[in-house]
Design a protein around this ligand. Sequence first.
Ligand SMILES: Cc1cc2nc3c(=O)[nH]c(=O)nc-3n(C[C@H](O)[C@H](O)[C@H](O)COP(=O)(O)O)c2cc1C
Length: 221
Amino acid sequence: MKKAVLLIGSPRDGATTSGALGEHLMSLLAAKGIETRSHIISRSLIAKASYDEMLNDVSSSDIVVLSYPVYIDSPPSNVIRWMEMVRDDGLAELEGKTFLAIGNCEDPDPRKLDVSIMIMRNFSDGNRMRWAGGLRMPMSCAIDGASLSSAGGRGRWAAMALDIVAAALADGQTIPEEADALMSRLPMRDLSYVSRTNKTWKKRAKEKGTRANLMDRPFLR
Ligand SMILES: Cc1cc2nc3c(=O)[nH]c(=O)nc-3n(C[C@H](O)[C@H](O)[C@H](O)COP(=O)(O)O)c2cc1C
């Protein structure tokens, strides 16, 4: 039986878009008879036991999927740390495995993910993995950690893209360009997205007790 492992690169607690996209793909692969496992990289890096568990699942999988957000146009530090550990300790057996990257960003322009996808491709090639391709999801706040089935219309392009990806991976193929073209489509209209994102940030600020400071511009004279 084929095995796939999902590595979630978001360092945030709770439901994340990286998790939602990756888990949706894992459920599609499971429905095609592929055994699946998931790990949150930031949690796995905390202790040796959890790191080893992630390492074992990566080493015993045929397909490795890394789903991550960008922080300042780059994969977040826990993902980079994991890549460095793979390079330095040489314990992960990656050669020949299929590698797929799913990036998400808050920006409406999916090209903001291009550099990070190149970093992933470089990682894949450097470890002699088989590069299946990279997917770019813009306006990720439109999902904000919700499962694609509950996100309704906001998750439709991503769900259609992942259907194509699951079929290709189960068939041993690289992903067709059509999948990234669908994933890159805007999940919402610009103005609705701005209004939704403003509400999300206000809610997050309120939860942290910093609502009153949200408009502060401390570096302006
Ligand atoms: C420190 C930090 C830096 C970020 N930098 C970018 C960025 O450069 N471009 C962008 O589009 N989004 C940026 N974001 C937004 C995240 O990519 C966005 O919140 C993402 O959807 C989070 O995904 P997750 O739910 O998987 O954690 C940044 C967020 C944080 C916290």
